[in-house]
Design a binder for this molecule. Structure first.
Ligand code: RB5
Length: 144
């Protein structure tokens, strides 16, 4: 799968680990930066990944900041994006099954790399459930 990924300074180290993990798993990765842990503003990087996903350049997006919260708030401002801030693999799975999330945001400061890898794996491998969830997602998108 083609995956766009970015971080801010607080998520940089974890982003590097997730890029390596995703490539090891055979995914095509668009690494939108940053290239070091110099202080940056997370909305700038959320916009890059959100635009990749909304335009179809990437199928899914992964964003890492200190908590994942700011990245989710910013990414959700872009039309077509359903970004979920996730701290467990179970929530990653449910964000796909119930919400058809197309961007996952994770924490580089409060969640381990092992758990984040499991989150990303569940996020990329779980299909949208459709059915009763489809109309609800349509209602979310109608709010744009
Ligand atoms: C940066 O200090 C921090 O605010 C950012 O990484 C993120 O956690 C925001 O939601």
């Amino acid at each position: 799968m083609k995956v766009s990924i970015a971080a801010d300074h607080a998520g940089f180290e974890e982003k590097q680990l997730l890029v390596e993990y995703l490539r090891d798993q055979g995914h095509e990765v668009l690494d939108r930066g940053p290239v070091n842990d110099d202080r940056v503003d997370y909305p700038d990087f959320a916009a890059l990944v959100a635009t990749d996903v909304a335009s179809g350049e990437a199928e899914r997006g992964v964003l890492v900041c200190g908590t994942g919260i700011g990245m989710a708030i910013a990414a959700n401002k872009v039309d077509g994006i359903r970004a979920a801030n996730v701290t467990t693999p179970e929530f990653a799975q449910l964000s796909r099954e119930h919400n058809d999330a197309n961007v996952v945001t994770v924490s580089g400061r409060f969640v381990t790399d092992e758990v984040n890898r499991a989150i990303v794996k569940a996020f990329l491998e779980t299909d949208f459930g459709g059915g009763r969830h489809a109309g609800r997602v349509e209602k979310i998108m109608a709010l744009e």
